[in-house]
Design a protein around this ligand. Sequence first.
Ligand code: T4K
Length: 383
Amino acid sequence: MAKAFEQPIYVTRPLLPNIEAVTERMKKVWDSKQLTNFGAQHNELSDRLKDYLDVDHISMFSNGTMALLLGLRALELTGEVITTPFTFPATVQALDWNNLTPVFCDIDPVTFNIDADKIEALITEKTSAILGVHVFGNPCDVEKIQKIADKHNLKVIYDGAHVFGAKVNGIPISHFGDMTMFSFHATKLFNTVEGGALTYHDAALDKRLQLLRNFGIVNTEEVALSGLNAKMNEIQASVGLEVLKVLEEERNKRHTIKRAYEENLAAIEGIRVLTTLEDESSSYQYFVIDIDQEKFGQSRDVVYEELQKHNVFARKYFSPLCSDFEWYSGLASAQPVNLPIAHKAVQQVLAMPYYGELPIESVVQICAILQELHVTQESLFQL
Ligand code: T4K
């Protein structure tokens, strides 16, 4: 029998930089007495990220949600935005807070991303944009989405909360679409405790986003528009600068952990790994499996509960579907009959513990629990 863990194993643990290095940086911040409002740490991190992500334009924010919310605002979208129901609530809440109506599009059965083949049928005269999410680090069908957007004169925004640093066929992911949002939350591979950024190609957005994240203030005499407070502060930026130094090491560790999971899961029927990308194509953000109840012999929910009994806290990201939020119940596109793949996926998906400090023996033990839960057709026959 696979043993329960003595200490809880969580879906993730933050990547913590060297505390002495962070303290050194804090001393600089203390000496400067500039704690926020675009100080030296903020500007240094902004430059470093521009290089790391290989982009021309970046604006950093207090968190990913504010980045997306203000990014949508900066693009001056109106009416309807076609998006996925299979995402974290923040994606659609950013639409809500811009008075934009989400139009839910079903997802691809393999990647669980918005199904590009189903977008065009949802376009109306009110549609202003497509908001895709690179779910769990798997890129959307960026080429197909761009073709549709060009044909119908729509903007394309990507929620890239899960794809920090990833490339698509060697091209940095934020080169696709008009704008990409990244989250730097503590649970993300690259973190600034809380934080986020937008990358984009249009230089004019620099100024507009600067105003939007800082109360619309132009200078001490002038306020140009109704903005918000969504600035990344110096403490956040300091942590980020030190996290950048340990990022490569963490990616390597996660690569090894991913391989260990894959080896130990390979023989278990009914489990499909969703996050198969590696090296420069991968953000190494999540390790996610899809459990086919018929083949595995148990439902995802049983697996989730049994893991908890063993002190393993995997997560059912992203349940519930955003289309099931009560305030969308009147939307035609939110009706389950229009989203069959998303409704199936959300019953099957499980994000497994995944972070550099997770020992390989723990991965082996978690997979042994799954192996024990697996009910083969033969054993059913014997019953
Ligand atoms: N779009 C997408 C597609 C997203 O996934 C997200 C965020 C966003 C937009 C919005 O970006 P932000 O505004 O957050 O920058 C977590 C994160 O809070 C959230 O950032 C993330 N997605 C989401 C997928 O995961 P929860 O509710 O699962 O967090 P929580 O507190 O349950 O943490 C998960 C586990 O991580 C805990 O069981 C233990 C561990 N943990 C967590 C924290 C916060 C730690 O060990 N230390 C910590 O400090 O949402």
